[in-house]
Design a protein around this ligand. Structure first.
Ligand SMILES: [Zn+2]
Ligand SMILES: [Zn+2]
Length: 379
């Protein structure tokens, strides 16, 4: 009888465990600690490569998928019934806007240069919100189709309406989704990321265990987590964050998150490692009110190559956040030189230094619906 009782408890425990394990996240102290079984052969959007050279008027399997991609990031508005495999004028226009935003040749075609950007891991937040782009395409009149677009002005942006935390909230609290049970060394990475923003502004950030009442709520989730922005597995979208005063910060639990992103000596075979601090710094920018920037070296650029670490704010990021919150009196760096209008339009700042600084960046988002969250910490 006793054995039967224990068996019942065991089976019940397993069932509960399955139910409450619907979300998980993987953390690795460094690149070499990622098991081979966690390294995929291809990334989420590799399938787009078969559309190389595609242009208006064509019909090819897979075009419907890339329409969904551009719609997800704000470049077009289709009804679901328009997701056909026809390369139509709407798609061509979307590609042109994308090319402007990412400083590419404006061809309206899925050329090699464009596809190489499209398949990069990136932030799940759209580049264009409510059909208003605050990246390049919202500021440039010409899209002549062939001319190389060169842009060296400031590109930081805000959400529509320029939402920010009120002055009474200069000290913001943050907490971690309790069901994630994050180890301390993971939490420390987020602490460093917050510090980068407090160094240049009047804001400060304090960790609290009161998740329900925290200003900023951080959690790792898998797939559909209830906010209409499902995560997509390894790479693709990595995280996403909501504008003030929401405070919701979601990260894709399916990524191979690396805590010590020393990628200099990374084996080329590891294509899926994601530096946690790099993504955290970018998403915090959203939490504070910044949108995406067309400055490739900026933290707020939408994409990031895998195996890349990018954690330093550049002038474009600093000018953007200081125009919202002012400068930290102890900060001796650059000061904001313009205040974009409330509709998010931009001024002309020289950010050539930022342009020279480095690679690309990305982000992603997600939400938890019910049940718990199990962290597969390999630390
Ligand atoms: Zn973003
Ligand atoms: Zn989410």
């Amino acid at each position: 009888m006793k054995n039967i009782h224990y068996s019942f408890i065991t089976i019940t425990s397993i069932l509960i465990s399955i139910f409450f394990s619907s979300s998980s996240a993987h953390f690795f102290p460094n690149l070499t600690s990622i098991p081979k079984t966690f390294i995929p052969n291809k990334t989420s959007w590799d399938g787009f490569n078969k559309l190389l050279g595609c242009h208006a008027g064509q019909n090819l399997p897979g075009i419907s998928k890339i329409k969904q991609y551009f719609q997800q990031f704000g470049y077009c508005t289709y009804t679901s019934t328009n997701f056909t495999d026809d390369f139509d004028d709407i798609l061509e226009s979307a590609i042109k806007k994308y090319q402007l935003n990412f400083n590419l040749n404006v061809t309206g075609q899925l050329d090699a240069q464009t596809l190489s950007h499209v398949i990069l891991p990136r932030c799940g937040n759209p580049d264009i919100v409510n059909e208003t782009s605050t990246m390049n395409s919202g500021k440039v009149n010409s899209s002549d189709g062939t001319t190389k677009h060169v842009h060296t002005v400031a590109h930081y942006s805000f959400f529509p309406g320029r939402p920010r935390w009120p002055p009474s909230k200069s000290e913001l609290t943050y907490a971690f989704e309790p069901r994630n049970q994050l180890p301390e060394n993971v939490k420390t990475v987020f602490g460093r990321a917050f510090e980068r923003w407090s160094e240049v502004t009047t804001l400060s950030f304090i960790e609290t265990t009161s998740y329900g009442s925290a200003d900023i709520k951080i959690g790792f989730f898998n797939g559909d987590h209830g906010d209409g922005e499902p995560f997509d597995g390894v790479l693709g979208t990595l995280a996403h964050a909501f504008s003030p005063p929401s405070g919701r910060f979601h990260l894709d639990g399916d990524e191979n998150w690396v805590l010590d992103g020393n990628f200099v000596s990374a084996p080329s075979s590891i294509i899926s490692a994601v530096d946690l601090e790099s993504v955290a710094v970018h998403e915090i920018g959203h939490l504070l009110g910044l949108g995406h920037s067309s400055v490739e070296g900026s933290i707020m650029y939408p994409t990031i190559s895998s195996n890349t670490r990018k954690v330093e704010l550049v002038d474009d990021d600093i000018q953007g956040i200081q125009s919202l919150y002012g400068s930290n009196p102890n900060y001796n760096g650059s000061q904001p030189t313009l205040n974009p209008s409330p509709d998010g339009s931009w001024g002309e700042n020289d950010t050539s230094r930022a342009d020279s600084l480095m690679g690309s960046f990305w982000v992603y988002s997600l939400i938890l619906v019910a049940s718990g969250f199990v962290i597969d910490s390999l630390l």
